[in-house]
Structures are given as structure tokens and as C-alpha cells.
Design a binder for this molecule. Structure first.
Ligand code: P71
Length: 474
């Protein structure tokens, strides 16, 4: 890693009084490797066709560098793997549950822990216990599964992120912030608001953080209306790292301290442990309110598993408890976000249009600027994701009109402003050389002289269509 950005505190003054950057590297070394396959252009063409031009439908065997998601794709540490061997697989009251409860309470600070199989399990339970048909849920930009569960429970989601969040070029340091005026409008006009949803960081905006000041203000505003704030804590540690780097007054605080303060401005959280918490499966719902927690425990046994395992094996809970400890270490976060910045800076140097500032877990390519003449209904981001795979076997994810789906009431396609392709970096998995290969491939696709005309959707599933939709080239 030899390109620390201004946000990484690695600049050194040399004896010549010149400001010089020093290389730095990840705080780990590799103990085990997993071979990956190089493919030919012919093999990739056949694989892409068989997958209906949807990267979700590729076989992972056919992928060289897999940047589909950072979800459940992290490499666990030797300490986490050792924890797997200490799984207490009792049906009830596993000691690993108590380790997890301790870790969540120490680093996130909430009173009650309800384990779930992954994030959407927690979203389902939260939505079912808090939302009544006709409710309105404000949030700082939608996330697919989160909005789905809110709407499924009968709510209408209202986006209250600041306008900069929808502008891929805005350099605002906290593009995930809530627009307090938009939020206040919802709080004063909606019939009933069961809770406000605060995502840290905001995935669909490009992994953009929320500032501490904004979280504090959201909490105060909601408290005046007696509305609780529920956080999507999926990447809240990455959010804490950005606060440390970008918000005045936090540079000397540790990630762990910042995370605790941030959580203190919220009343509970849903969590996908598959991201920040460095595990391949797992999640939880946290709540401070006793009565709500009781409701959640009543439902978790119906949908997930007993309230002391929620769909996870004991060993999974142990790995997650240990992953939480590792995730809040500053050295870990510096390398994690630093690697994303490294890739982003290579692409910026090559003139490739990406969402700025560089986010926490991924680089987002602005597909509209790859294909300025392609109408959004021809799926520019879906097209770009398939072109990237065809070029060098790099798998990315569409985050545009296909992901946005249809309006639950009118059935019309949502037309999101952002038409993006996400290059998502798994934690502790790929090297700097992999990032170099990715950057070269993206640049080659950006420079293509013969541009594709786009795709047509030939199969559209009813729910969360992006996962299984199929396409054909136009
Ligand atoms: C990601 C995922 C996984 C995913 C989910 C849906 C479509 C494509 C990929 C999952 C998140 C997330 C946020 C902010 C809740 C979940 C659900 N992200 N909130 O980014 O990013 O968690 O997957 O554990 O159920 O690839 P879950």
C-alpha cells in the first residue's frame, strides 16, 4: 500500500523538512491461500450469456477477482478460526451467545441483543414489531432489503438524505447526512412515524458516512417528536473511521470510542455482521427499550431460531464476537479503508468517473458517464457490470435502475438519479496487485471505442429483482 491519502495519518517529516509519505501495509500476513481461476475471453463470453448478463447469476468459479460484495466475503483471522473450535452448540444459552452479547454491549452499547441469521432477519423483525400499515419511515437513502421489509410491513419509505447524497460529483465529506428540514417535514406531516432509520455508512450513496454532529441532531429532533432512531449499523465502524479522519475534534479519539458515541444517539440497530464484523454469516437486532425487546424475542423464535442463537451456530456467534473486537481496531480500519482509497485513487488518476469522495467499502463507477448516450431504460449500470466481467473476469454489482425496482403502489420503475456499478472490496482478502489489475481493466472498459447499446430485461422476478433478473444484449 504505497498511496496513503490525506485522510491517512501517515505523512512524515524528513530531515530535509520535506513532507514525505511513508509506505504502510496491512496489519496481518497471509497464512492460507485459496486459488482463483484465470479464464479466457471465450469462457467469459459463454459464462456471461449463461448468466443472463446478471453478475449475481455467475458461478463464482468463473470469476477471477470477485468484487460483487463485501458481504460475508471477509477473511477471518486465526483468532476467529480458533473461536470456531470453541462453539458451544447447545440449543439454549450457548456460552458463545453471552460472548457476543458482551462484545456488542462493549462496543455498540445497547441494552438488548437479539441474534439473527443476517441483517435482513433483523430488519424483518424490527419492521414487524414497530410498523403498522399506513406508517411512514424516513431514512437517509433506501437500502434494498431494508426498504423491502418496511414496505412489506405496510409502511411508506421517505428518503431524507441531503441532496448531495444523490450527486455523484459532490465532494461533501458526509454525504450520508440526514437533511434535518426534510426529516422535520416528515415528522410533522406524516400520520405516524414508528421510527427514523439512520444508516451509517450509506451503501447506495457510495459508502458515504454520517457525521457525529448530524447523528446527534437527528436524535434530538426525533426525540422532540417522541420518535426513536434505529440505526443500520452494518458499516458503522467504517463510519466511525471517517469521523476520525474528517470531523473536527475526533482525530485523537479511537474508532471504538467514536462508535460508542455514535450509537448513543440511537435507540437500537439492525446489523449485518457479514460486513464490519468480519464473518461469513450472522447478524443481530439491538434495542434499548425493554418492551420492544420482549416483542422482538417473541418473534425471533418464529422466524430465526431461539433467542440465544437466532439462526446462527454457536461457533458463528463466537467468530462474530471476536470479529467485532478486531473490527474496531484503528490499524484494521486504516488498512481496510486505505485499500479502497488505493483503488479509487488509481481510477481517479486514470480519469475514470467514480463517486466522490471515495467511500468506505467500495468504489462506485458512474455508469452514466461511461455511456452518456445510453437511456436509463437500457440499463447502463447492468451493461457496465457485464462488460467488466467480459474484459478481465472482475465481478461487480449493478446499483442503479435494476436495483431500485418498482414503486410498490404504482408498479412503475423507480428511476434513481444514481446509475452506478459497485466494485466492492472484501476485507483482508485481496492484495494491492489485485487492485492494480482491477484498475487496469476498468480503465480499458472506460476507453472502449465501440460502446455497447445496452440490455433488455427478459425475466423479472417479483421481489428484489436484481438478484435473479435475466437480460439480453440490444
Ligand atoms: C451488500 C449487501 C448484501 C446485499 C443485499 C441486497 C442486495 C445485494 C447485496 C446488505 C445490507 C446492507 C445494509 C446497509 C442491510 C443489509 C442486509 N448488503 N443494510 O452490500 O448493505 O444485510 O445481507 O446480512 O441480510 O452487498 P444482509
Amino acid at each position: 500500500m504505497n498511496s496513503p491519502s490525506s485522510s491517512s495519518p501517515t505523512a512524515l517529516r524528513t530531515t530535509g523538512q520535506q513532507l514525505r509519505r511513508r509506505s504502510w501495509a496491512e496489519p496481518w500476513k497471509i497464512k492460507m491461500v485459496e486459488p482463483i481461476k484465470l479464464t479466457t475471453a471465450e469462457q467469459r463470453t459463454a459464462a456471461m450469456r449463461a448468466a443472463g448478463y446478471n453478475t449475481f447469476l455467475l458461478r463464482s468459479e468463473d470469476v477471477y477477482i470477485d468484487l460483487l460484495t463485501d458481504s460475508g466475503t471477509s477473511a477471518m483471522s486465526d483468532w476467529q478460526w480458533a473461536g470456531l473450535m470453541l462453539g458451544d452448540e447447545a440449543y439454549a444459552g450457548s456460552k458463545n451467545y453471552y460472548h457476543l452479547e458482551e462484545a456488542v454491549s462493549r462496543h455498540y452499547g445497547y441494552k438488548h441483543l437479539i441474534p439473527t441469521h443476517q441483517g435482513r432477519g433483523a430488519e424483518h423483525i424490527l419492521s414487524q414489531i414497530m410498523i403498522r400499515p399506513g406508517d411512514t419511515v424516513p431514512g437517509n437513502m433506501y437500502f434494498t432489503t431494508t426498504r423491502f421489509h418496511q414496505e412489506h410491513a405496510g409502511a411508506t419509505f421517505v428518503d431524507v438524505v441531503i441532496d448531495e447524497g444523490h450527486d455523484p460529483a459532490s465532494p461533501h465529506p458526509f454525504k450520508g447526512n440526514v437533511d434535518l428540514a426534510k426529516l422535520e417535514r416528515v415528522l410533522t406531516t406524516a400520520k405516524h412515524v414508528p421510527y427514523a432509520c439512520l444508516a451509517a455508512t450509506v451503501n447506495m450513496a457510495g459508502g458515504q458516512p454520517v457525521s457525529m454532529a448530524n447523528a446527534h441532531a437527528v436524535h434530538e429532533l426525533c426525540a422532540r417528536h417522541s420518535v426513536p432512531v434505529m440505526m443500520d449499523a452494518t458499516r458503522a465502524v467504517e463510519n466511525a473511521w471517517f469521523i476520525k479522519c474528517r470531523e473536527p475534534g475526533y482525530a485523537e479519539k479511537t474508532c471504538a470510542e467514536i462508535l460508542r458515541e455514535f450509537c448513543s444517539y440511537t435507540d437500537g440497530c439492525t446489523m449485518s455482521g457479514k460486513k464490519d464484523a468480519l464473518v461469513n454469516i450472522g447478524g443481530w437486532l439491538s434495542l434499548n427499550d425493554d418492551a420492544l425487546a420482549e416483542k422482538a424475542r417473541n418473534l425471533v423464535v418464529v422466524f430465526e431460531g431461539l433467542h440465544t442463537y437466532g439462526g446462527m451456530a454457536g461457533r458463528d456467534m463466537e467468530a462474530m464476537a471476536r470479529g467485532i473486537e478486531e473490527s474496531v481496531q484503528d490499524d484494521h480500519m486504516r488498512a481496510r479503508v486505505g485499500q479502497v482509497e488505493y483503488l479509487g485513487e488509481l481510477l481517479l488518476a486514470a480519469g475514470v468517473p467514480i463517486v466522490a469522495p471515495i467511500g468506505g467499502h467500495a468504489i462506485y463507477l458512474d455508469a452514466r458517464r461511461f455511456y452518456p448516450d445510453m437511456p436509463q431504460d437500457n440499463f447502463p449500470a447492468q451493461t457496465l457490470a457485464s462488460e467488466l466481467y467480459l474484459d478481465a473476469g472482475v465481478r461487480a454489482m449493478e446499483r442503479g435502475i435494476v436495483s431500485a425496482g418498482r414503486d410498490a403502489k404504482t408498479g412503475q420503475n423507480h428511476h434513481p438519479k444514481l446509475e452506478l456499478v459497485r466494485l466492492t472490496i472484501p476485507r483482508r482478502v485481496y492484495t494491492q496487485a489485485h487492485m492494480d489489475v482491477v484498475a487496469e481493466s476498468v480503465e480499458a472498459v472506460f476507453q472502449q471505442t465501440k460502446k455497447p447499446r445496452g440490455l433488455r430485461m427478459v425475466y423479472e422476478p417479483e421481489y428484489l429483482r436484481f438478484f435473479q433478473a435475466r437480460f439480453e444484449p440490444i
